[in-house]
Design a protein around this ligand. Structure first.
Ligand SMILES: Cc1cc2nc3c(=O)[nH]c(=O)nc-3n(C[C@H](O)[C@H](O)[C@H](O)COP(=O)(O)OP(=O)(O)OC[C@H]3O[C@@H](n4cnc5c(N)ncnc54)[C@H](O)[C@@H]3O)c2cc1C
Length: 401
């Protein structure tokens, strides 16, 4: 593992920093809670994604014919490094993240692997440019961890699937243009073998989206109801009844997405700043030996996480499969993010309970908000217990529990 940047990569890093300094406005740092309920903000974020894309900073490693920069037999390794640099610099610059992230990092790579040529040409360039926002229709009221038990039906009628059923916890469905969705196409087959992966236009007649309020106060996810929704058969990804395999490819991409370590590092830096500036008993909170011990413990976990992600990047650069690394990433970083927020609340003491609007609030109220939000990410994308099962069974070869 060589962690140093080449002179060309360092020059590229400086170039990205300059671009971000010019283009990230000081007044739009990081996410504002509830922004996805605001159509004006959604339009701004789509615009931001387009700008990043036009600058050449989105999904650089995708093939050129689908909107990326990779040439056949060419520069993929170099582009992967460059994309890593862009991602890290974006977090450091507190640039807004991609509104179309589920398209770029989840369904996009899945289509590249399993989609037809027509699907790739139709969807991939629009996903990159932020023109199409996607949501994930996996979970149902009775099917979360046991996803393969899902019951939303799709019956074939001529050139169409007719979809009936319900999804739940569907993030961003309130403004998504498309959904990648798991449906049961053969109810008589064993549960993993009767599922198909289809793409649904969210404007289709028969779809009702009902927002759900999270404990943060945001309406980030939804219930989605399907009543005789017609979906062209051309929107099937992979083979009929073989959707479980396709679904798992997307899940692996999702685990990597949720396991971003740059964000963890940034949160930890925020916690350190807080502990050094907040005072208790006439001294900075960070001067308390017990607190220092706990900060050191988190610092060690953050560093280990960082090196784990470098190891994963090294595997990618050498074309090796990262194995269960995506599950390790997801498990460790989501729990670590939550632990960082929990300690920040302790540093804040009673101030940690204040709402964002209070004039006494610290760091614009980000800590209590993130404490609640990061708890959700321990559950979303497969809970910690499920990641541990995957690591134990597929990674360590332990018997099924
Ligand atoms: C913020 C957030 C965003 C989400 N966004 C989406 C989305 O966009 N699209 C989507 O489809 N879904 C989404 N989800 C849903 C998410 O995927 C599910 O909540 C998750 O898979 C868990 O399913 P469940 O809620 O039904 O819990 P359950 O599966 O009922 O689990 C309940 C508890 O039992 C434990 N458990 C269950 N089975 C086992 C087992 N075999 N071994 C050990 N422990 C087990 C779980 O770990 C958990 O603690 C989101 C969830 C959250 C919190």
């Amino acid at each position: 593992m060589d962690l140093s940047l080449t002179p060309q990569e360092s020059e590229f890093q400086r170039q990205v920093r300059r671009w971000l300094r010019r283009n990230v406005s000081r007044r739009s740092p990081a996410e504002e809670p509830g922004e996805y309920g605001n159509p004006k903000r959604i339009a701004e974020l789509k615009q931001w994604q387009r700008k990043l894309y036009e600058a050449g900073y989105v999904a650089m490693g995708w093939p050129r014919e689908y909107g990326g920069q990779s040439e056949p037999g060419g520069n993929r390794r170099d582009l992967l490094m460059r994309q890593t640099i862009v991602n890290e610099e974006m977090v450091k610059a507190r640039a807004p993240s991609l509104i179309g992230v589920m398209g770029v990092q989840m369904v996009g790579p899945t289509l590249m692997q399993y989609g037809t040529e027509e699907q790739k040409r139709r969807f991939l360039p629009k996903i990159l440019a932020g023109e199409q926002i996607w949501c994930q229709g996996y979970s149902e009221p009775g099917s979360g961890s046991d996803l393969a038990s899902l019951t939303t039906r799709a019956e074939i009628a001529g050139d169409f699937f007719i979809v009936n059923g319900q999804k739940v916890w569907t993030s961003n469905a309130q403004f998504a243009d498309w959904m990648f969705c798991l449906v049961r196409t053969d109810p008589t087959a064993p549960k993993h073998k009767g599922i198909s992966y289809i793409l649904i236009d969210m404007k289709s007649p028969g779809i009702t989206v009902r927002p759900l309020v999270q404990m943060t106060g945001d309406k980030g996810f939804n219930e989605v109801f399907f009543e005789d929704v017609r979906v062209p058969r051309a929107n099937l990804v992979g083979e009929l009844n073989q959707g479980w395999q396709v679904a798992n490819a997307t899940l692996s991409h999702e685990r990597n997405l949720l396991g971003s370590t740059t964000r963890t590092q940034q949160m930890f830096q925020g916690l350190l700043r807080l502990a050094r500036t907040r005072r208790r008993g006439g001294k900075p909170v960070s001067a308390d030996p017990a607190m220092r011990q706990r900060l050191a413990d988190l610092a060690i976990r953050v560093e280990s996480m960082k090196y784990h992600s470098y190891r994963q990047l090294t595997d990618l650069l050498h074309g090796r499969s990262p194995g269960i690394a995506a599950s390790v990433n997801k498990l460790v970083s989501t729990e670590l993010n939550h632990a960082i927020c929990a300690l920040a609340l302790e540093v804040l003491g009673d101030y940690g309970m204040l709402e964002r609007r209070s004039r006494h609030v610290a760091d614009r109220g980000v800590w209590p908000y993130e404490f609640m939000f990061t708890l959700g990410l321990i559950i979303g994308g497969g809970t910690s217990q499920i990641q541990k099962n995957i690591i134990a069974e597929r990674g360590l070869g332990l018997p099924r529990g």
